[in-house]
Design a protein. Structure first.
Length: 327
C-alpha cells in the first residue's frame, strides 16, 4: 500500500488514555458531532465511528449539521449544542472565519471542543483529529506528475475557503512546482453547485491544442464521479482523472479505469478517536480549558492526531472493495 506515514505515536498515546474502564460513564453524558454535508457517505461513516465509541462507553452521541455546504447553518447547530451544555463537541470546520467565534464561546463555557477533518487552528479548540491534508496533496501531486510525464494542463475542483481542502491544493502545488511543464489552468469552486462540475468539465473537454486539459483533479468527495462521467461522455480516455475519498462509486470507477486514483482517508477512525478523546478531556479536565499548548513541552494533549491516508489506484483498489464489502 502506498500509505502516507501516520502519527502512530500520537494514536498510541491516545490508546493508553482510552484503556481505562467504562464504569465512570452514563447515558447522561452527551457528546455532539457537528458537520456540513451530513448526509454524505463520508460523514455517515465518520458518524458511525463516533456512535460506535459512544456505544462502547455507554454515553449518548448526537449528530447535527446541515445536509449541504452551509457554514452559517453549521454555526447555528454549534450554538444549539453549546446551549445544551454537553460533555464535549467534535466539529468539522467548514469555514474557520464563521465558526471560530462559536468554538471559542464553547470553550469559554467550559465545553471541550476538538476539531475533526477540517481545522480552525486560530481558535481555542483543544486540538485537531484528521488527515495531514498538505502531505496527502503532495502524494497526489507526485502521482499526477508521474502519470502526466511531467507536462500538461490541469483543472482542480475544490471547496474554496475550506481549510483542509485548501491544504490539499497547496500540497498538489508543492509537488507540481518541480514540473514546470505542468500548468494549473483553473480551480473550480463547486461548493455552491456540485452538479455544475459536470457542465464545466464538458466545456473543458471541448478545448484543443495548447488549451487541451490533460488532467482533472477533485479535492473533495462529491465531484470525482461527476467529473469522471463528464470525461467519459466526451470520450476522454486519454485524460487523467483523480478523486478524493473512497465511496463505492469512486472505487468502482478506479476498477473500471475511468478514475486513475484517489486519496483514501479514515473517517470512521476520526469519529471513533474523536469521541474517546472528548471523553478523556471531560473526565480529566485540564486546569485551563482552551490554553494554547503550542509552546508547552509537557502538555497532556497533542496538537494534531493524524489518522492516516493512502493512495488508491488499480494496484490496490481490490483491497478497498473487499474491505467495504465486509462492513
Amino acid at each position: 500500500m502506498k500509505a502516507i506515514k501516520t502519527a502512530a505515536m500520537a494514536l498510541a498515546g491516545l490508546g493508553l488514555m482510552f484503556a481505562s474502564g467504562c464504569d465512570r460513564h452514563n447515558t447522561k453524558e452527551v457528546y455532539y458531532l457537528i458537520s456540513v454535508n451530513s448526509t454524505m457517505s463520508y460523514w455517515q461513516t465518520l458518524a458511525n465511528g463516533f456512535n460506535k465509541a459512544a456505544a462502547e462507553y455507554k454515553v449518548t452521541a448526537k449528530v447535527a449539521g446541515p445536509d449541504n455546504y452551509d457554514p452559517q447553518a453549521e454555526l447555528v447547530e454549534l450554538q444549539k449544542a453549546v446551549a445544551a451544555k454537553p460533555a464535549g463537541i467534535l466539529i468539522q470546520v467548514a469555514d474557520a472565519a464563521v465558526l471560530k467565534p462559536g468554538i471559542d464561546a464553547a470553550i469559554a463555557a467550559g465545553i471541550p471542543v476538538i476539531t475533526v477533518d477540517s481545522d480552525a487552528g486560530n481558535s481555542r479548540r483543544m486540538y485537531f483529529i484528521g488527515t495531514n491534508n498538505l502531505e496527502a496533496g503532495r502524494t497526489g501531486g507526485q502521482h499526477l506528475a508521474q502519470k502526466l510525464g511531467g507536462k500538461g494542463n490541469v483543472v482542480f475542483y475544490s471547496f474554496t475557503g475550506q481549510p483542509n481542502i485548501d491544504d490539499r491544493l497547496q500540497g498538489f502545488k508543492d509537488s507540481l512546482s518541480a514540473h514546470p511543464g505542468i500548468k494549473i489552468v483553473e480551480v473550480v469552486d463547486v461548493k455552491a453547485d456540485r452538479n455544475a462540475a459536470f457542465d464545466r468539465t464538458q466545456q473543458f473537454m471541448a478545448l484543443t491544442g495548447d488549451k487541451k486539459i490533460d488532467a482533472f483533479v477533485s479535492l473533495e468527495a462529491t465531484s470525482g464521479k461527476i467529473v469522471a462521467d463528464a470525461v467519459k461522455r466526451s470520450n476522454g480516455s486519454d485524460r487523467v482523472v483523480m478523486a478524493w475519498d473512497v465511496s463505492q462509486d469512486t472505487l468502482d470507477e478506479i476498477k473500471a479505469g475511468s478514475i486513475e486514483a484517489t486519496i483514501a482517508q479514515k473517517p470512521f477512525t476520526m469519529g471513533y478517536v474523536g469521541l474517546k478523546s472528548l471523553d478523556e478531556v471531560f473526565h480529566n479536565p485540564p486546569a485551563q480549558l482552551g490554553k494554547d499548548n503550542t509552546a508547552d513541552s509537557f502538555s497532556h494533549y497533542p496538537e494534531f492526531v493524524d489518522t492516516g491516508t493512502s493512495l488508491v489506484d488499480k494496484s490496490n483498489v481490490g483491497d478497498y472493495i473487499a474491505a467495504a464489502a465486509e462492513k
